[in-house]
Design a protein around this ligand. Structure first.
Ligand code: CP
Length: 336
């Protein structure tokens, strides 16, 4: 790809020489997802050592360019880069020339000219990571772009599910809530269906059209939560993204919670060993009950822990590191 290549949609992030960018999971097959999960498991072994570091990215520079707020993704990319011994630079819009009106294109070109090998980008606009990827010779990792995609979140969700069950194929997974505004849901639809899960999305009609946008994998759409949750192995609650909503999509938060909140009473309809996930940040008491969020079924903190290992794996693989295919067995199934 040349530096001045025009913006294309979509840019496929793989090339004959191996994947250079991670923009979404829509072009991953099952084998490649397995490769990323296996490499993340190997990274997790490193993280358990007394000195949890490896020199894999010595001499490489990672710039974490976060132009939208983040806690989990930003911190875990920073820790991941440091565990791999990279030079890590963190940048937000505040205090940078973005505030003076510098464009995203000129910003990423500037960062690469200054020595960035990898740019990890969080941006409020859908398509921003694709735009950035078209401008640089190095790697771009999409750390969440608008309503579009959040591929590293989906990979860590897949790892957390596989840790619990030993497999992802044929599990009944229900994604509940604000699917319309959720990049997490979109990337998970790709990842889960590619891995063979049976996926249902559930939410009010204003936040979940009966017909999902063209281009997403076909999944069951259910507006009634009790029906959706029946027999579920995994229930993933989504944050109600009030900052992305135009007015009038919900009659009231109390009504939303009454109909769509994930709580222990509702989970009685799921499988006894149901796993509860939430990408965070949570609106406790709205889309998820506090007791459920911190209860025995919850793997929400495991998701955060797995985020570091997954991001180490992504950084390692995109910069030419070799994949682990069979080296580390998946953790034993907790939930049988
Ligand atoms: N899940 C997630 O993206 O969280 P942050 O916004 O805190 O990074």
């Amino acid at each position: 790809m040349t530096r001045n290549a025009p913006f294309q949609w979509p840019i496929r992030s793989s090339s004959s020489g191996g994947r250079r960018h991670l923009l979404d999971l829509d072009d991953f097959d099952r084998a490649e997802i397995e490769q990323y999960l296996a490499t993340a498991e190997a990274m997790r072994e490193i993280l358990r050592r007394a000195t949890p570091k490896t020199p894999a990215l010595t001499g490489r520079t990672i710039v974490n360019l976060f132009l939208e707020d983040s806690t989990r993704t930003r911190v875990s990319f920073e820790i991941a880069g440091k565990r791999l011994n990279a030079d890590v630079v963190n940048m937000t819009g505040s205090g940078s020339s973005v505030q003076k009106g510098e464009s995203l294109v000129n910003t990423v070109r500037t960062l690469e000219a200054a020595g960035a090998d990898v740019i990890v980008l969080r941006h409020p606009a859908s398509g921003a990571a694709h735009l950035a990827a078209a401008q640089v010779h190095g790697s771009v990792i999409n750390a969440g772009d608008g309503l579009h995609a959040h591929p590293t979140q989906a990979l860590l969700d897949l790892l957390t599910i596989r840790d619990a069950f030993g497999t992802i194929a044929e599990l009944r997974v229900v994604i509940v809530g604000d699917v319309l505004h959720s990049r997490v849901a979109r990337s998970n639809l790709w990842g889960l269906t590619t891995m063979g899960a049976d996926v249902t999305v559930c939410g009010p009609p204003t936040l979940l059209p009966r017909e999902l946008p063209i281009g997403l994998p076909p999944v069951r759409v259910e507006h009634h939560l009790d029906r959706a949750i029946e027999g579920a192995d995994v229930v993933m609650a989504l944050r109600l993204q009030r900052e992305r909503m135009t007015a009038g999509r919900l009659p009231s938060l109390r009504e939303y919670s009454r109909l769509y909140q994930i709580n222990d009473a509702r989970l009685e309809r799921a499988r006894p060993n149901v796993l509860v996930l939430h990408p965070g940040p949570m609106n406790e008491g709205i889309e998820i009950d506090t007791a459920t969020a911190h209860g025995r079924r919850s793997a929400i903190e495991d998701q955060v822990t797995n985020g570091v290992a997954v991001r180490m794996a992504v950084l390692h693989l995109l910069t030419g590191g070799s994949a682990v295919s069979n080296g580390v067995e998946p953790a034993g199934a907790r939930r049988g």
